[in-house]
Ligand binder design. Structure first.
Ligand code: ZN
Length: 68
C-alpha cells in the first residue's frame, strides 16, 4: 500500500503556465480618474455615490481627504 511511486514518477508538467500578454486580468479601470491601472494597490471606495475600484493614487487621495 505504498504510494511512493507517485512521488518518484512526478515529472515537470508538459504545459508550463505562462501568463498571456501583459496580464490583462490584473488590470482594471479606475472609477475615479478613469485610467487603466494595475490591480495591485487598488481599493474599493465610494466615488460619486458608487462603490467602485480606484487606483492606488486615487485611493490615497480619498483616504487623505476622509481623515481630514
Ligand atoms: Zn485613479
Amino acid at each position: 500500500m505504498s504510494k511512493t511511486s507517485d512521488e518518484t514518477t512526478r515529472t515537470a508538467p508538459d504545459v508550463t503556465f505562462k501568463p498571456r500578454g501583459t496580464g490583462l486580468a490584473m488590470r482594471f479601470r479606475c472609477g475615479r480618474c478613469g485610467n487603466p491601472s494595475d490591480a495591485s494597490g487598488r481599493g474599493l471606495r465610494h466615488v460619486a455615490g458608487l462603490r467602485t475600484y480606484v487606483c492606488k493614487a486615487c485611493k490615497q487621495e480619498i483616504d487623505a481627504r476622509r481623515s481630514r
